[in-house]
Ligand binder design. Structure first.
Ligand SMILES: NC(=O)C1=CN([C@@H]2O[C@H](COP(=O)(O)OP(=O)(O)OC[C@H]3O[C@@H](n4cnc5c(N)ncnc54)[C@H](O)[C@@H]3O)[C@@H](O)[C@H]2O)[C@H](O)CC1
Ligand SMILES: [K+]
Length: 432
């Protein structure tokens, strides 16, 4: 059965966005297209029978959230952790018999770091990034991550005190310089990193670290440790994101003295290392989506499934969040009344086309709210199946709560929400 919430006696379309509310719109048309059964005729629109009593009910299967597979979150218990030797062996195997080059693995590792950061710390709120890069491949991951973060809309800076002239690394530096990403020497860093940066990427050392950190990394690690004192001084310190291993920690035993850096996010690569068991920050992600079965079988790796085409996957549960603190900074171009299309349906089509062009997921999903004669409202997500000069079309079935409520009360409302564009488009009906 087709429900048509559409042009009938009166359709009020008020276009809401973050701009001042535009005036309500009224337009009229006679519902003349379909010959609904008398019992299904509604003053504002109609549920018209379609030839076969095809039942089109849209719902998400159990286990899906709103038609989306909930991104796989793995509890820590069933995850494998590598020893330092195993980690080195895995890399050697990947870059030896399994045919990978270090450039490829580093590129994928750095991209994993950047996407993990973007999962949690949006550039609208955490824009200024300092990537502190060490002399080895962990440092290389940091250089790659800085480039990706730039393209994701962050403002990265790099501190890379011990450079090597190997082509791989000098190439990464050139790529960053070509984006005018500033390189800061240790001396050029501010004493208090919390005033100048929102995110600190710790890419100093990975699984080849041993002993006590030698200069200049000893001072750099101390700078990250001292950030906690700013926290006590009521200043919001930058978040620390450690690549593969929190630098200065023992690769297997972790923060042995308890006085090491305390990252907010750890991005383990390929598989977590033993020290990751001691990680107590809120965000543990896994990256390095390139583990072939040969490695997984040899090391009996238990690793979480990456969701969709994501380059990272969260390990453990997301932290409990204070719902009241959830707030996006809506940054969108202004939208003034004079920009609104005269005909609300033209405005809808324009915005719907924008939503399609932005490749938003299910731009035709809409909340349909109805109320039966008991006055109790109910809302349900349904999928728009068409829009024409007579209104919006969606499918439902005769026995649905929607159909029953609409047969008792022809008033309804639709709401489209296009998150990626910070836009909503509500339509409501009233018999003025
Ligand atoms: N499989 C993957 O996902 C990949 C991970 N990668 C990253 O590579 C590192 C391991 O890289 P490696 O070069 O072997 O070691 P480090 O980067 O940890 O550092 C070695 C570097 O540091 C010096 N060093 C060691 N200890 C100290 C110290 N106490 N003080 C000062 N300097 C120290 C040492 O001399 C070396 O120069 C891994 O963790 C991943 O992050 C790759 O990207 C490839 C793919
Ligand atoms: K690190």
């Amino acid at each position: 059965m087709r429900g048509v919430l559409g042009k009938s006696r009166k359709m009020i379309c008020s276009l809401l966005s973050q701009a001042p509310v535009s005036p309500a719109y009224y337009y009229r048309s006679s519902p003349s297209i379909y010959k609904p059964k008398p019992s299904n005729r509604f003053s504002w629109g109609f549920l018209a029978p379609i030839p076969s009593p095809a039942i089109r009910v849209f719902c998400s299967k159990p286990g899906e959230v709103g038609g989306l597979m909930a991104s796989s979150v793995q509890n820590q218990g069933s995850i494998s952790y590598l020893t330092q030797r195993e980690a080195a062996e895995v890399d050697e195997t990947l870059m030896g018999p399994l045919g990978f080059s270090v450039d490829q693995l580093m590129e994928l590792a750095g991209l994993s770091v950047a996407t993990s950061i973007n999962e949690v710390y949006k550039p609208s709120e955490y824009n200024r990034v300092l990537a502190i890069c060490g002399p080895g491949n962990n440092g290389g991951d940091g250089l790659v991550a800085a480039r990706h973060l730039y393209h994701f809309g962050y403002k990265p800076f790099v501190c890379y005190p011990k450079r090597t002239q190997k082509p791989l690394y000098s190439g990464l530096v050139t790529q960053l310089e070509s984006l005018s990403i500033p390189f800061l020497s240790v001396d050029e860093l501010p004493m208090d990193l919390s005033k100048d940066f929102d995110i600190l990427v710790d890419a100093m050392f990975g699984f080849s670290f041993h002993g006590a950190p030698r200069p200049p990394f000893d001072d750099l690690i101390k700078k990250l440790i001292n950030l906690h004192y700013y926290e006590q001084a009521q200043r919001k310190p930058p978040v620390i994101v450690s690549v593969d291993i929190p630098s200065g920690w023992h690769v297997e035993e972790g923060d042995v003295g308890g006085d090491g850096i305390k990252p907010d996010m750890l991005v383990s690569l390929t598989a977590p290392k033993l020290c990751a068991k001691k990680f107590s920050g809120p965000h543990h992600f896994l990256g390095g989506r390139f583990v072939p079965p040969a490695i997984a079988e040899k090391y009996k790796l238990q690793l979480p499934q990456y969701p969709g085409i994501s380059m990272c996957v969260r390990i453990g549960k997301p932290p409990q969040i204070d719902i009241s603190s959830l707030r996006e900074n809506y940054i969108s171009p202004e939208f003034l009344e004079e920009q609104v299309e005269a005909d609300p349906l033209d405005q809808f089509r324009k915005w719907f086309d924008d939503a399609m062009a932005a490749n938003l997921k299910e731009p035709n999903a809409m909340a349909l709210s109805t109320t039966g004669k008991d006055g109790k409202p109910s809302s349900r997500m349904v999928l728009l199946k068409g829009v024409d000069k007579d209104g919006f079309v969606w499918f439902t079935n005769y026995e649905s709560q929607k159909a029953r409520q609409l047969s008792e009360n022809p008033h309804a409302a639709l709401l489209f929400y296009w998150d990626g564009l910070n836009r909503q488009y509500p339509t409501s009906m009233s018999d003025a």
